[in-house]
Design a protein around this ligand. Sequence first.
Ligand SMILES: NC(=O)c1ccc[n+]([C@@H]2O[C@H](COP(=O)([O-])OP(=O)(O)OC[C@H]3O[C@@H](n4cnc5c(N)ncnc54)[C@H](OP(=O)(O)O)[C@@H]3O)[C@@H](O)[C@H]2O)c1
Length: 316
Amino acid sequence: MELLIPNIGFGTTSTDQERYGQVATAVNVAIDMGYRYFETSKMYGNEIEIGLAFAKKMEEKVVKRNDLIIANKFWCTYDDSTIIENSCRQSLEKLKLNYFDIFFLHIPSRCIFKGEEQLFPLYSEPSNEMRDIDYVKAWKTLEHLVEIGLTRTIGVANCTENQLQRVLNEATTPPKIVYIECCPGLHQKKLITYCKRQNILVSAYCPLNRPDFQAFAESYNNHIGILEICQKYKKTSSQLILRYLYQLGTIPIPKSITPSRMGQYINIFDFELTDKEMNLIDSFYIDERSIDLEQGLNQQFPLKRKKIPISSKCKF
Ligand SMILES: NC(=O)c1ccc[n+]([C@@H]2O[C@H](COP(=O)([O-])OP(=O)(O)OC[C@H]3O[C@@H](n4cnc5c(N)ncnc54)[C@H](OP(=O)(O)O)[C@@H]3O)[C@@H](O)[C@H]2O)c1
């Protein structure tokens, strides 16, 4: 059966300020509001609570398992096929699921596995931490996970066009979807065009540029042209961004624990931005990442990262 992915997703990271249970409550509310595509990860440290939220909504018969599209990913230190498979099985168990709809290669570069307690490679010793292991080998393990029914499809996150092409060259099961940071400041149009040509969907994470990036939020939210478009369509500036990303051809995955914002984010399909309005939002492009991927910089992971001129950097 073909996997149909909704046009908008819901992210489940927990911020440092959020209390235990807040994201799970948001997931419950999100399902009630109509969200059906959820991105989860062991790295977010909240799979158990999110699993309880999915179970609750299934028990209440608000949704059945096959109404939901649930994605998960495995971490870049998991280089061995057994460790990757175990990671998938453990995440399924915590989330109280039998299968994922999408399982992602989180970063196409490999780091030394030092146990569950040290998942982040040390910047101070990059040469000790990065492994000269081809991530395409990990892709073969993902293909195996599809064969044994642990996931319906597989995808690559945080990749470049070259990295994706290498996977495509070797793949028996090609990636169904890629998952990349994508927002007006980093619209990734070239990669999106490439993915469309390859028949690969694109999901956009950090779509709102994490509004704690004051420099973006201040200039964007107060821009006279943006304010005029908001007024014209009776939408918020965040809705304009999500609509922009949708019109670029991506599936945005915003995250929120605030019901009023959650309600806005799913309500972006009743208006259309003109080319001129799209161009205005394009003009906020600065080609900067908010997610620090420096640890993935090696020969097989040639992502460029420019200096971020603002103080608050997101943790990976
Ligand atoms: N694959 C990867 O490597 C990767 C990396 C990073 C993230 N992700 C995924 O992408 C999802 C979305 O990314 P994200 O959570 O980083 O960012 P985002 O969706 O761009 O921004 C969401 C954050 O901004 C806050 N926010 C939004 N509007 C605001 C406003 N007007 N004032 C104050 N705060 C506001 C939200 O707070 P409220 O909760 O209060 O609304 C929330 O904490 C994540 O949850 C995760 O699932 C994936």
